[in-house]
Write a protein that binds this ligand. Structure first.
Ligand code: S3P
Length: 182
């Protein structure tokens, strides 16, 4: 597999920088940038926060899968995709992403994630103690994030541009086509 002909899919918890890194990476590689949350919002004509509040998480997940499947309208290898933090938890989404390209997991510690998103309007962090919720959700999701990704990149203490440039040094960008892990 070669990244020149495949999409780049960024996964990971809220606040790991999928959107900012993805946007930078798309700019550097001259590709179309897609944020799956924006795709959902565009189809629903509502914010993610409103969908959660008015229709609940299950409805959001259905709309998220529809939005992801809709990405097939783009030619393979033309996209950098930033996924919503829960997208790869659904097997059909993760299989879709695997078909399209290389899944890169972005990571950061729970403390750093809380600093980045603890005070935003993320629906899943709204009720109760947000720092505790980050820790619990991260621990619960970690095995799935690891299992579904081909490779991971730590974002702690790095700027989005540094992370994007680090991704561009991964062996998948060469023509040697090394075997993918997992
Ligand atoms: C979610 C993450 C959010 C958004 C929704 C659910 C999650 O995206 O899709 O609030 O389940 O982790 P970001 O990871 O871009 O914040």
């Amino acid at each position: 597999m070669n990244l020149l002909t495949r999409d780049i899919i960024l996964t990971g918890f809220m606040g790991t920088g999928k959107t900012v890194v993805g946007r930078k990476l798309a700019e550097l590689l001259n590709r179309v940038f897609i944020d799956t949350d924006n795709e959902v919002e565009g189809l629903a004509h509502k914010s993610v926060a409103s969908i959660f509040a008015e229709q609940g998480e299950a409805a959001f997940r259905r709309q998220e899968t529809d939005a992801i499947k809709g990405l097939n309208r783009y030619p393979l290898g033309s996209l950098v995709i930033a996924t919503g933090g829960g997208a790869v938890l659904r097997e059909e989404n993760y299989r879709f992403f695997r078909e399209r390209g290389v899944i890169i997991l972005l990571t950061a510690s729970a403390d750093e994630i809380f600093r980045r998103v603890g005070h935003t309007d993320r629906p899943l962090l709204k009720s109760g103690d947000a720092r505790k919720r980050v820790g619990e959700l991260l621990q619960e999701r970690e095995p799935t994030y690891r299992k579904t990704a081909h490779i991971s990149v730590d974002t702690e203490g790095k700027t989005p541009e540094e992370v994007a440039r680090e991704i561009m040094t991964l062996p998948y960008f060469t023509r040697n086509e090394p075997p993918l892990q997992g």
